[in-house]
Write a protein that binds this ligand. Structure first.
Ligand SMILES: C[S@@+](CC[C@H](N)C(=O)[O-])C[C@H]1O[C@@H](n2cnc3c(N)ncnc32)[C@H](O)[C@@H]1O
Length: 390
């Protein structure tokens, strides 16, 4: 399936491995939560062979429209949504789809976004300092750099960029913006290069600050954390969730959530004193993350830091139980969780409380600083657009 747009013909990251793990089944319902240029979606649709359905999400309307046109030339059994993937549960409820057979998350930015100077993601290309995946959102990277306090900038650069020179860079930004506001990607990249020096030359000195601003502008880790647990709840027994991450902060969130949902002790007490009432929601299919081969990295340099982790939903639940958060009965005897319904309710609630506690612990370990609400993103999810693009 060749097109006039060479970007649409790209080979998606870890294509073979993603398809092997998703194990697409005939007539199944799947979600590609980060459609991008549709590389993975195309492969999933090919394997569905016109049966079943693919729901495809992207926050970036421009990318979504282009990819939708491209896919429509060959496939019919898909529906696109200009939505944050965190709205997956709502979309499924609207469509009266109780469960998914598989779900894919390929995090990060698409090459359209990275290579378009006007989107402001790249420090190598001059353009407005923007970095919004969804341009209906209000806050841009320039807003953060021009308005946040020095302390908030330090926190973001450390937390999301692991930038060692965070303080020096934030101080220089605050001094610079008193004379002139930051408008372009190169305004900021040049200032960082002056503060840090050009380094070894292999990694651009602005790499970490740009990553940090992108994560903050798009609330990437917050979205990921919120999404993973909900997506697991939405999987049918035997359904699979595959996540490709591109940096250690993302991978850490994925790894921890998968461990928790697979029944690993999360209360950090000795085995005899463990009180976290482990339940196994999923089986981890990738003990170690899957990484691209040397060949793949050679052909696609952007795949070099990709890590794929996959889980499979356990059990055989009644479809009627799916939409209640705490079901009173579990049919599955294979997950070792067969106590009376009241005891199950309590243990699930305790598990949930421990999960929340652990999440806040992880967050506090990611940085020593509290994350405070900064410039609010006033963009309201356009619920009314659920079906408008179909
Ligand atoms: C790396 S690309 C996906 C590439 C795609 N798998 C392919 O093969 O072409 C990531 C895409 O996810 C989208 N995205 C990132 N975060 C999102 C979110 N929270 N909700 C919806 N889409 C998101 C980005 O706009 C981008 O287009």
């Amino acid at each position: 399936m060749k097109t006039n747009n060479p970007k649409m013909d790209h080979i998606p990251v870890l294509k073979k491995q993603v398809l092997e793990f998703l194990k697409i089944k005939e007539g199944g319902t799947y979600a590609d939560c980060t459609l991008g240029l549709g590389g993975h979606a195309k492969e999933i649709l090919s394997q569905l062979q016109g049966k079943g359905k693919l729901l495809a999400f992207d926050r970036d309307q421009e990318t979504l429209e282009q990819t939708k046109q491209h896919l429509a030339a060959n496939f019919e059994n898909f529906q696109t949504f200009h939505e944050n993937y965190t709205n997956l549960p709502l979309v499924l409820r609207h469509l009266a789809i109780p469960q998914l057979d598989g779900c894919l998350l390929d995090l990060g930015v698409s090459s359209i976004q990275l290579d378009s100077p006007d989107r402001g993601f790249s420090f190598r290309l001059e353009g407005p300092l923007d970095m919004r995946m969804d341009i209906q959102q209000k806050t841009t990277a320039a807003d953060l750099v021009n308005h946040l306090s020095g302390d908030d900038l330090i926190e973001i650069f450390r937390k999301y960029g692991e930038e060692k020179s965070a303080r020096k860079i934030a101080t220089a930004i605050v001094e610079h913006r008193e004379k002139s506001r930051f408008q372009t990607t190169t305004d900021l990249a040049n200032l960082i290069a002056r503060v840090k020096g050009s380094g070894s030359g292999r990694i651009h000195p602005a790499t970490q600050v740009f990553q940090a601003l992108r994560i903050e502008v798009n609330q990437e880790l917050t979205n990921l954390d919120k999404f993973l647990k909900e997506a697991i709840d939405l999987l049918a027994p035997g359904g699979r969730l595959a996540v490709i991450s591109f940096h250690s902060l993302e991978d850490r969130v994925v790894k921890r959530t998968f461990q928790m949902e697979s029944g690993k002790c999360i209360c950090f007490r000795p085995r005899d004193l463990c009180t976290c009432d482990k339940r196994q929601e999923v089986k981890i299919l990738t003990k170690k993350p899957i990484q691209p081969t040397e060949n793949e990295v050679f052909e696609n340099r952007r795949s070099r830091s990709a890590k794929l982790r996959v889980v499979e939903k356990k059990g055989a639940q009644k479809a009627s139980e799916k939409n209640s958060t705490f079901s009173a009965e579990t049919l599955d005897s294979g997950d070792g969780w067969n106590a009376s319904s009241q005891a199950q309710l309590n243990s699930k609630q305790r598990f949930e409380a421990t999960r929340i506690e652990l999440n806040s612990w992880i967050n506090s370990r990611l940085t020593r600083y509290e994350l405070r609400p900064r410039i609010a993103n006033k963009g309201v999810p356009p619920w009314s657009t659920f079906f408008s693009n179909n």
